[in-house]
Design a protein around this ligand. Structure first.
Ligand code: NAP
Length: 128
């Protein structure tokens, strides 16, 4: 069976859905650059690793630089990391809570991290 990369490289597809988040950054190597090059929209699923990233950051202080990107909560910071990737079109966080829907949607507004800030975010997360 053809790999996702092969399909993306050869087929006239409009969008792909893949797992991408601050802990699962492997798509940055090949799939996301390929999507950008081919004009393929990207949906990021499991933005919170099925909730595991919420648990991993709970109780951890936000980094000082979070204020620079308007992230006053960890869920917003985690979503801003995803949607600020230049190849990303949308992230699809799952929630059963209306207040979480509002919080998650707010991550699409305000300042977005640039490439250097994204590196700082990933490094900070890796050190948690
Ligand atoms: N097509 C595919 O191959 C595929 C594969 C995987 C996933 N998906 C889709 O991707 C979407 C997300 O997947 P997922 O459920 O695996 O994981 P997820 O979105 O990474 O994590 C969901 C978890 O995060 C919590 N959460 C969400 N917003 C929060 C917030 N603001 N603050 C605190 N906790 C928050 C939720 O709890 P609360 O309910 O308490 O907010 C839930 O436990 C779903 O729509 C799923 O159908 C598709």
């Amino acid at each position: 069976m053809a790999s996702l990369e092969e399909i993306m490289a050869t087929q006239p597809i409009d969008f792909v859905q893949l797992t991408y988040n601050i802990a699962d950054r492997e798509p940055e190597q090949r799939l996301l650059p390929l999507a950008k090059e081919r004009g393929i929209a990207v949906i990021a699923n499991r933005p919170f690793r099925r909730g595991a990233l919420i648990g991993a950051t709970q109780g951890e202080p936000l980094p000082d630089f979070a204020a620079e990107i308007g992230a006053e909560t960890w869920p917003k910071l985690l979503l801003k990391f995803i949607v600020s990737h230049p190849a990303l079109t949308v992230a699809i966080p799952a929630t059963r809570s209306v207040s979480h829907v509002r919080e998650n949607m707010a991550a699409a507004r305000g300042p977005m991290p640039d490439a250097e800030m994204r590196r700082r975010m990933a490094a900070h997360f890796d050190d948690l």
